[in-house]
Design a protein around this ligand. Structure first.
Ligand SMILES: Cc1cc2nc3c(=O)[nH]c(=O)nc-3n(C[C@H](O)[C@H](O)[C@H](O)COP(=O)(O)O)c2cc1C
Length: 139
């Protein structure tokens, strides 16, 4: 059975909801899907997974500029070793994700050549588009 680990950082619960919907969708496809906050995460889990989905809420300046993950997520990502599995990034936001995914990739040390799957949601619900992206990600 393929294994996915979903790891999120959420301030007010919207990204937590999104992570839960992602995990439920993958479990529904017959995968083992473990869903954890960065605080719950214990080292070693991401290296053992076939699929690693990393999420954080979008933080920026006046909702329009300079989007980036928050401090705890940056610290978490900076401490992750190189991951053998496929990586997807997800975020929730109000206006625009802007530079969020690039900032996440930079923090993870993923260079531009390593394509990452991206999922975004305003309300934490998994859209039909998100589902199609996940289908492709785990194909
Ligand atoms: C300090 C702060 C900065 C934010 N900056 C942005 C932003 O630049 N762009 C945006 O679209 N949303 C921004 N938001 C909205 C959050 O990304 C959005 O509400 C998110 O869904 C919250 O996720 P959470 O409930 O998991 O904490 C900001 C929220 C806060 C509190």
């Amino acid at each position: 059975m393929k294994k996915a680990v979903i790891i999120y950082q959420s301030k007010t619960g919207i990204t937590k909801k999104f992570a839960g919907e992602i995990a439920a969708y993958l479990a529904g496809k017959g995968m083992e899907a473990e869903n954890l906050s960065i605080a719950e995460y214990t080292s070693g889990k991401a290296e053992k997974a076939d699929y690693v989905l990393l999420g954080c809420w979008t933080s920026g300046f006046l909702l329009f500029f300079l989007q980036h993950p928050d401090g705890p997520w940056k610290k978490f990502a900076g401490n992750l070793p190189e991951l053998p599995g496929r990586i997807a990034l997800f975020t929730t936001y109000k206006v625009a994700t802007g530079s969020m995914f690039n900032a996440m990739r930079k923090q993870l040390g993923l260079n531009g050549n390593r394509a990452t799957t991206e999922l975004r949601s305003r309300n934490g619900s998994l859209s039909a588009e998100n589902k199609a992206v996940l289908d492709e990600f785990v194909k």
